[in-house]
Design a protein around this ligand. Structure first.
Ligand code: FPP
Ligand code: MG
Length: 295
């Protein structure tokens, strides 16, 4: 991973603008899940660290823009760039990171450049769907999963696919692994938004619903509630919740086991990821740590 970090450093230095270096240093690195995945699939490839750096910059750019869109003030436990330096700066920093990542990407072969760049179109489409779907209460599970696939899983799918190309491994099975890993990862993330607290999350708990996002535990809850409770749940959508209101939601979720139900789907997807790569113990390990993740 050190080689990924030094590629990132080199790229940021090459941008040659002190303001960018300062702001980039303020961003917390994060888990670097995408770069780690690339290195696990292509450990001996000399260009894998650069590819890892590229996708981490794309990911960082997408989060900068996402925090502007979501009007989030916290990211990874610290104030977001839009909160400290304003939305204009956050958008422009995102643009710089994202375009610089693309100029580095052209050094790779066509299949890799294509799969990574197309995934950015997909994640942008997913983000747009996410915003649109948050306007009203969404109870459509398929629509939700399609959005999740675009917003989160496509970049992870592209990482696994591209790394397999670098390592001369099967791109199809690795892409399938990445897709299901990404979906499962995001569902776990959605669950943690409900089951964790602010101190562990680095952002307020139950924030998704406040932002208007009806994640799986909410969708399942809606499906299982009676008419009257459905109305209560819908009335709480996209607003700041009182202690009693969030307790009511948590209690209803407990009664109807909607977190458990969501977790089962995450587990199912994780099993599908596992069967795509069969006996690759390192990739199986990534899945197991991810599913056990409780921050
Ligand atoms: C986090 O979602 C957001 C994403 C995974 C993708 C965001 C994509 C864009 C803003 C498109 C623009 C892309 C580039 C490369 C400039 P979330 O809000 O559910 O997660 P959070 O709780 O971590 O904020
Ligand atoms: Mg967000």
């Amino acid at each position: 991973m050190q080689r990924v970090e030094s590629e990132i450093k080199r790229i940021i230095k090459e941008i040659d603008y002190e303001e960018v270096s300062r702001l980039f240093e303020m961003l917390q690195g994060g888990k670097r899940l995408r770069a780690k995945l690339i290195l696990k699939i292509a450990p001996t490839s000399t260009t894998a660290p650069l590819l890892g750096a590229i996708v981490e910059l794309i990911h960082a750019a997408s989060l900068l823009h996402d925090d502007v869109i979501d009007e989030a003030t916290l990211r990874r436990g610290v104030a977001s760039v839009n909160a400290t330096d304003g939305s204009k700066t956050a958008v422009m920093l995102g643009d710089i990171l994202y375009s610089k990542a693309f100029s580095e990407l052209v050094a790779f072969d066509k299949e890799i450049a294509k799969v990574v760049s197309s995934s950015v179109t997909a994640l942008s489409k997913g983000e747009m769907m996410d915003v649109k779907m948050a306007v009203n209460f969404n109870s459509d599970e398929d629509k939700y999963l399609e959005m999740l696939y675009l917003k989160t899983a496509t970049l992870i799918e592209a990482c696994a696919h591209a790394a397999a190309v670098l390592a001369k491994k099967d791109p199809h099975s690795h892409a399938l692994y990445g897709k299901n890993l990404g979906l499962s990862f995001q569902i776990i993330d959605d669950i943690l938004d409900i089951t964790s607290d602010e101190a562990t999350l680095g952002k307020p708990a139950m924030n998704d619903f406040v932002e208007g996002k009806c994640t799986l535990p909410y969708i399942y809850l809606y499906q299982l509630l009676g008419q009257q409770d459905r109305q209560i749940l819908s009335s709480l959508h996209a607003k700041i919740l009182t202690k009693e209101e969030s307790l009511w939601i948590r209690e209803m979720m407990k009664q109807h086991k909607t977190v458990e139900k969501s977790f089962s789907l995450a587990q199912e997807l994780s099993n599908e990821a596992m069967s795509a790569i069969k006996d690759d113990t390192e990739l199986i390990e990534i899945l197991q740590t991810m599913i056990k993740r409780s921050y």
